[in-house]
Design a protein around this ligand. Structure first.
Ligand code: SF4
Length: 327
């Protein structure tokens, strides 16, 4: 039995103050990841700050953006008319994640903050630089089938597990944050970090900062979209590879395109070089194949995940073809 103090915050300021003063404290909302981490002894916060009563559940249109509160549930966002009509890629990605029961508990902020599902991270008998800095990486020489093919380091080869975040990085979302030093907006692309020499840190949040919401800028990507998720079973499984693809096609020419992958890196992985290549090109399977080749530049496999080097480009091509409605 691990003792901890429970505190229910009724204002944003009280929540932020509680965390700013105590480095071992953690926010809790849906708890779909944190409770597992606590039960397995991966993390042992001395204080839990319950934020579920803060007024951060809105899903609304504001000039130039859609704003979603960090406590909006994954299921509510996926089914909301505003999201289905204006950001269908996000709706598809959310529906691909977890199970209906989990989507009914999990919040947007918690989805962004969820930890890797690397099995060595969850097994406290194994070395893991993310859990205990300097202890080593069990996955590097271990069973690394689920692990990264982009952006890894010799300290950590874990992947970020979220589907929602893959769509959000493709849609140029921003993360709204409030903390002891005030408010800031962080580009989604810059929010999660690569492991480098410090595998323990998943993102750029500072002590005491609270995610209050996300903003998705208006965009033309509502017709040609696809979220492809390849996993070991049809539901309730994390992605081996996922691809978010959306195109703005006029007269069979690609005006604009967004591409991002999940299951391949320590962060949701945007594919900017492939996007640039596709802009202005006529829709064809051949250019999608070229784009997939470009997207794979810099990829690197480990002992058990070399299959991802073939699966990833195939998934990019398939997702683009479905998004472009190419038979
Ligand atoms: Fe830990 Fe990362 Fe290595 Fe997994 S890949 S064991 S999370 S350091």
């Amino acid at each position: 039995m691990i003792n901890f103090q429970y505190l229910r915050a009724d204002t944003q300021k009280k929540a932020i103050d509680a965390l700013a003063k105590d480095a071992s404290a953690q926010f809790i909302a849906g708890g779909t990841n944190l409770v597992d981490l606590m039960k397995k002894g991966v993390t042992s916060p001395q204080r839990i700050v319950d934020i579920t009563h803060l007024p951060l559940k809105q899903i609304e249109k504001v000039p130039g953006y859609t704003r979603i509160g960090s406590l909006a549930l994954n299921s509510e966002v996926a089914e909301h008319e505003l999201i289905k009509n204006n950001h269908p890629l996000l709706s598809l990605a959310l529906q691909a994640g977890a199970s209906p029961q989990l989507r009914n508990m999990a919040t947007v902020g918690g989805n962004i903050m969820q930890r890797t599902r690397c099995t060595y991270f969850y097994d406290t008998e194994m070395p893991c630089n993310k859990r205990i800095p300097g202890s080593g990486c069990g996955a590097l020489q271990g069973y690394n089938r689920m692990h990264a093919i982009f952006g890894a380091s010799d300290k950590c080869i874990a992947v970020h597990p979220s589907d929602m975040c893959v769509a959000l990085v493709a849609l140029d979302a921003k993360v709204l944050v409030s903390g002891p030093k005030g408010n800031r907006r962080i580009e989604f692309e810059d929010f999660h970090r690569l492991p480098g020499n410090d595998a323990a840190k998943d993102n750029v949040l500072q002590q005491g900062e609270l995610i209050t919401g996300i903003e998705i800028p208006d965009h033309p990507f509502t017709k040609n979209i696809h979220y492809l998720k390849i996993r070991d079973r049809a539901s309730y499984a994390f992605a081996l590879i996922s691809v978010a693809a959306t195109l703005d096609i006029q007269n069979n020419v690609i005006q604009d395109v967004r591409l991002a992958m999940g299951g391949v890196a320590h962060k949701p992985w945007r594919l900017p070089a492939a996007e640039e290549f596709l802009k202005g090109k006529k829709v064809s399977e051949e250019i999608f194949r070229e784009a997939a080749k470009i997207a794979m530049n810099g990829s690197k496999a480990y002992e058990h995940n070399a299959f991802k080097l073939k699966m990833a480009p195939a998934a990019i091509i398939e997702s683009l073809k479905i998004a472009a409605k190419l038979d």
